[in-house]
Write a protein that binds this ligand. Sequence first.
Ligand code: MF3
Ligand code: CO
Ligand code: CO
Length: 306
Amino acid sequence: MIERNDLCWCGSGKKYKKCHLFEDLKKNASKKLVPKKNRLIKTGLEIEKMRKAGAFNGELLDYIRPFVKAGVSTEYLDTLVHQYTIKHGHTPACLGYHGYPKSACISRNNIVCHGIPSPDEFLEDGDIVNVDLTTIVDGYYADSSETFMIGGVSEKARQLVDITAQALIRGIDAVKPGVPLQAVAEAIEPFVKSKGCSVVQQYTGHGIGKTFHEHFSVFHHIEPDSESIILEPGMTFTVEPMINLGHYAVITDRKDGWTVRTRDGSLSAQFEHTILVTESGAEILTLTPMQRELNVRLKVGDTLYK
Ligand code: MF3
Ligand code: CO
Ligand code: CO
């Protein structure tokens, strides 16, 4: 296998990374060029472990669901997530991740992602709030989130949440072996734009497995320079569109270094699942027990989120 710093195969005498690497990546090189430690295809045993991690993360989301109500502090929700995870013998992945201080990300209204739970922040009637949970179960990560509507939300907010849930489902529905990863963005961005909303570009979905964020990035917007990857059975990654009511630009809080807000102050929503590419499409690893019970066959127009 040729490495980035080896001489290029073409005989130019240049390093591979300065010569044909980019071009080769563009031509589906997922098998040949990805270093072993970043193997994209999970083994059967790994898939079993990813299923277990996904099932627990889904269970955790259903567990927290009834507590996501007006009047509770975001810190209280974080504490519940932490305790439930530990009690079941698992590890909250966010806690300590690059110094992140809490177990969950809780992002209200104009917060796009990475909202830090706080004892001084209370959910209020009319809020939309994303709860993003990631758990490590027996060494494997599962990552999923939902945006909840608190009490009576504005019509605009309700539409945004609905469009975002649909965007996730469309993105997942585009996943099939043999298609390029960009099919996800192609299923999401035109739809979101047709509704007058925008797709956040600065944050993407990601490969996931024995590490939180692994090779490759899953764009939700059409990105001409994205690495060309052909989907194959056994790949696991997240789809997690962040959709803004206004412009897609975002700003990270300079004080805490984490909280990401819309630049124009508009509302933002997000849904996330961890998925596995199968022989015929995608398996959602992080379906919650409630979603499983609904027994929905995933197709465009289905609503997993009522
Ligand atoms: N769960 C987020 C994601 O979907 C990542 C959160 S990283 C943290 O990728 F450090 F902020 F927790
Ligand atoms: Co994620
Ligand atoms: Co997440």
